[in-house]
Design a protein around this ligand. Structure first.
Ligand code: DI6
Ligand code: FE
Length: 399
């Protein structure tokens, strides 16, 4: 039986224009959107259907967090304190802390412990209208733990009404026992773990960290070749702390996204536009690391590169658990417009995950929706640390 959400201020995000539909209606059936548009144009076949009055609230697609490291063991509060005392993120990493300290804690946690630790983080996102969350591995750096992280991520999607999309991030850092032997780590651990995880159905995409403290472009190219051989899409942490050429490489491989991209250039933006690669901006990491180099938003705009926004939720560089706050940060720190921020957590985030039937309110799309006690995208982005969610629908169910 179809149901109609009526009297909504609809932000459909289904076209390049910033467009609100006043007194809009959305028809839902079987977890999909059958029709959306001005209530006055509701097709006659639906006028007798069950109605829920949105009372003029803003209705957007359910939010999509397209870049998180949600599953991990332990915490990094001590590192937070060390950075307040002057240590840099890279110094801590080179001294064996940083990502590698989370690797030690994650290796020591079984699947149930990883799930239990991740659930409150996931619940914080869900409470703000998030309906799709990408989750990366990358704190195992050995076969068993990489697979365990991905199994934990899949388990989260069975425990909560949310869609989980996984990325294999075995090339996140080089573990201590392979220090200075990144190529051997790739051949002996990372690529075999990727193949094993793929064989178990645990991998939706392949990610890497291209940086001085991680892997270079030649090594990432080998990872991407392996992904391609398995038929898996790729994405990359690129140009976060320095310009390494990862963005251009990602574009050459037709990557879904290049993420962080603070140090990307105009030429990188042009290459991304050609390949259709989404720029995923992560203001939480920019803020937490007190970076000063902002991503080249003007170049992305000029070249028509779609920009997404995500939390990068992780214990080290971005312990950020709010996608609504991320929108505010995208506006304040990177000068996105509120509409760009909203697109960044809906239609462009869906594109970054290769999910064309998510992130917009249009006939045929999945009926993931967020209903807000606000009147406009600007009002949604404006406050700092306030959650205006009124209701959330996942696959047509209010939950
Ligand atoms: N870039 C990031 O921001 C996260 N991973 C990455 O490659 C940080 C991960 C961490 O510090 O634990
Ligand atoms: Fe990240």
């Amino acid at each position: 039986m179809p149901q109609v959400l009526s009297n909504a201020r609809l932000a459909p995000l289904d076209a390049p224009e910033d467009r609100l539909i006043e007194a809009g209606a959305v028809v839902i059936e079987g977890g999909r959107i059958l029709w959306a548009g001005p209530g006055a144009e509701l097709p006659g076949e639906f006028t007798g259907a069950a109605r829920q009055d949105m009372e003029g609230r803003l209705v957007t697609p359910g939010l999509i967090d397209c870049h998180t490291h949600l599953v991990f063991g332990g915490d990094r509060a001590g590192e937070f304190e060390a950075r307040l005392n002057g240590a840099s993120y890279e110094e801590i990493a080179r001294a064996g802390g940083g990502i590698l300290s989370t690797v030690a804690a994650t290796r020591g946690a079984d699947e149930a412990a990883l799930v239990a630790a991740a659930l409150p983080r996931l619940d914080a996102l869900i409470a703000e209208g998030v309906t799709v969350v990408e989750v990366k591995s990358g704190y195992g750096l050995d076969l068993d733990t990489e697979l365990r992280m991905l199994r934990a991520a899949r388990a989260l999607g069975r425990l909560r009404p949310v869609t989980i999309v996984t990325s294999f991030l075995g090339a996140h850092a080089c573990p201590a026992d392979y220090k200075g032997r990144a190529d051997a780590y790739l051949d002996e651990v990372c690529l075999p773990a990727l193949r094993a995880a793929h064989a178990e159905g645990l991998v939706d995409a392949v990610d890497g960290f291209c940086e001085g403290i991680a892997f270079d472009t030649t090594q990432i190219a080998r990872l991407f070749d392996a992904a391609r051989a398995l038929g898996l899409p790729v994405k990359l942490h690129a140009e976060q702390l320095s310009h390494m050429g990862g963005t251009a490489l990602a574009a050459r491989y037709g990557a879904l996204s290049a993420d962080h991209v603070e140090y990307a250039t105009e030429a990188d933006a042009s290459a991304m536009a050609t390949s259709g690669t989404v720029a995923v901006l992560l203001p939480g990491a920019f803020y937490a690391l007190r970076e000063t180099q902002a991503p080249p938003v003007a170049a992305f705009r000029a070249h028509g590169v779609p920009m997404a926004l995500a939390t990068d939720l992780n214990p080290g560089s971005s312990p950020l658990h709010s996608l609504v706050l991320t929108m505010n940060m995208g506006c304040t720190l990177f000068r996105l417009t509120p509409w760009e921020a909203l697109r960044g957590v809906t239609s462009h985030a869906a594109r970054a995950l290769g999910l064309p039937d998510h992130g917009r309110i249009a006939a045929g799309a999945v009926a993931d929706l967020a209903v807000w006690d606000v009147a406009s995208p600007a009002e949604l982005c404006w406050r700092i640390g306030f959650n205006p969610l009124h209701a959330r629908y996942r696959k047509g169910e209010r939950c």
